[in-house]
Design a protein. Structure first.
Length: 378
């Protein structure tokens, strides 16, 4: 999707991919196959770039510093990106900034986790500070009897692979209060090296099994005042951390309407995929503009309501064939398939709908996604 946005900008994209069949490698012309944790392979790749940016946050911070020493721009830089890589660093920095945090504590062992739970009340959430995504590395701890589980899982990650040991010495367990939230929101902003910044409308996100299933933009029943406050919060975080490119601030809204920061992501984000078809400038184009220090584009909506629904692998193996029905039923439907083999629960694409009536837009998106997942009655 970033490559698609680069074409109209006349930008040449090089890709470091973990394999020749990954989605991006199917469309980018200049592909190097290699492991981003392989120091020499990554440095050799970076030497051929003017700017390096990312589609995930997991490239080691020390390696990013080495890339900068080569004279290559890294955007966002390692000083910013570490807040998306390490939840302990992020939580402490959010507290320093006065951003709304849940109660949290970095726990060295089971006893510390139990003490935290006894102090604030069970259940609590335990997370690995590094490496977790899409619900992985996250545990709901209902009481002391489960408190050892995250520490056992962390110890098992120090595994030998190809003769080398994965170093998890910097990974810790972060305990957080269990937030009984009413819904989740996403505040997406983009910032350039010169400090220009834009904010997309706030989205409501629907999560299932730890995976983003759907976004509704703008978030329903969110006042203009609170939406503006959340946009300002995300812009302030981006400025304070020195983010260059996209920043997604994932938020949990309590039943009383207040919010807490859940996580940060510094890259084009699943909760912003709606912007490809629903915004005047997509998150992917604005991310590239920021990385290249070009003036940023208008993030405003093209229609009053935009719904994006993810397509997860289901009972329909022929996604392209299923488009016959989807497009015949809805001529305004937008579909993005990722070129992935269909496997149960795997993100293989998304659909986007937009229009004047939210109920109609939502029904259209859910039917198309459901049909692509093998449910003709969705």
């Amino acid at each position: 999707m970033m490559h698609q946005a680069s074409i109209g900008l006349g930008v040449r994209v090089r890709l470091l991919a973990e394999g020749p069949e990954v989605s991006a490698a199917q469309v980018v012309r200049d592909v190097t196959v290699g492991d981003y944790t392989d120091r020499q392979a990554t440095l050799d790749f970076a030497k051929g770039c003017d700017v390096v940016t990312f589609d995930h946050e997991h490239v080691p911070t020390a390696l990013l510093h080495e890339i900068e020493e080569l004279g290559v721009s890294v955007r966002p830089g390692p000083e910013a990106l570490v807040h998306a890589q390490d939840k302990a660093v992020m939580r402490r920095r959010m507290a320093e900034l006065g951003a709304p945090n849940p109660e949290f504590e970095v726990c060295e062992d089971r006893d510390a986790l139990i003490a935290f739970g006894e102090r604030i009340g069970w259940p609590v959430i335990a997370k690995t500070s590094r490496g977790g995504y899409d619900g992985k590395g996250v545990w709901k701890i209902d009481g002391p009897e489960q408190a050892q589980e995250p520490f056992d899982a962390l110890a098992q990650e120090a595994t030998t692979v190809d003769g080398g040991v994965i170093d998890r010495s910097g990974t810790v367990i972060v305990a957080e209060e269990f937030v009984d939230f009413a819904r989740e929101l996403s505040a997406l902003v983009c910032r350039s090296p010169q400090g220009q910044a834009v904010a997309y409308p706030i989205s409501e996100t629907v999560q299932r099994d730890g995976i983003c299933a759907e976004t509704i933009t703008p978030a329903p029943d969110l006042s203009e005042e609170q939406a503006s406050e959340l946009q300002q919060l995300a812009l302030r975080i981006a400025g304070e951390l020195g983010v260059v490119g996209l920043l997604a601030v994932e938020l949990m809204q309590r039943k009383d309407g207040s919010v807490v920061v859940n996580e940060l992501a510094m890259r084009p984000h699943n909760t912003g995929h709606w912007s490809i078809d629903g915004a005047n400038t997509s998150q992917f184009e604005n991310h590239l503009r920021a990385a290249l220090d070009l003036p940023l584009g208008d993030p405003g909506l093209r229609a009053p309501h935009v719904v994006m629904t993810n397509v997860l692998g289901g009972d329909e193996p022929d996604l392209t064939g299923a488009l016959q029905h989807c497009f015949a039923r809805d001529r305004r439907l937008r579909v993005h398939l990722y070129g992935k083999d269909v496997k149960p629960g795997r993100k293989v694409g998304h659909v986007t709908t937009y229009g004047e009536d939210l109920d109609d837009v939502t029904k259209r998106a859910r039917h198309a996604a459901g049909y692509l997942m093998g449910d003709p009655d969705a």
